[in-house]
Design a protein. Structure first.
Length: 144
């Protein structure tokens, strides 16, 4: 019993203040990380009429060449930083050794010199890529 002779009643209300704090922290975390998830290599793709790839069940290995000529490589995600040519050859070789049927695609900016794209093709061929495709934007015409 309490000192004044009355019993204490239990409080059955839920204190929602901690839940609101957790919700605000999660909201801030998602607001900060969401733009980071959509980043990729900024590439102004050339326009061409081409049909889409037939086999899209495998995650492609994409080698990107940006306007400055820097190289990036990614398998299923977005690349984080530029990679030297010898490192790209090593990574492509490892991926193709694990699964030789992995599609290899080049995503090159249209302002990049032709010679740079040819060097990337040669690099990928040396790493064991038998078939190499190019990523382009659809120009609106249908290829037949």
């Amino acid at each position: 019993m309490a000192a004044n002779g009355r019993k204490r009643r239990l409080q059955s209300d839920i204190n929602v203040v901690p839940y609101i704090d957790v919700m605000l922290v999660l909201l801030i975390i998602f607001m900060v990380t969401a733009p980071l998830l959509t980043q990729g290599v900024q590439v102004d793709l050339p326009k061409a009429s081409a049909k889409p790839l037939d086999d899209q069940t495998r995650e492609p290995l994409v080698v990107s060449v940006d306007r400055a000529g820097l190289l990036y490589v990614s398998v299923g995600g977005s690349p984080m930083s530029a990679v030297p040519a010898n490192e790209i050859a090593r990574r492509v070789h490892i991926v193709l050794e694990r699964d030789p049927k992995t599609p290899v695609l080049i995503k090159a900016d249209q302002a990049v010199a032709y010679g740079k794209v040819v060097k990337v093709l040669s690099l990928l061929d040396g790493a064991g890529a038998g078939r190499i495709g190019f990523i382009t934007e659809n120009d609106g015409n249908t290829a037949h």
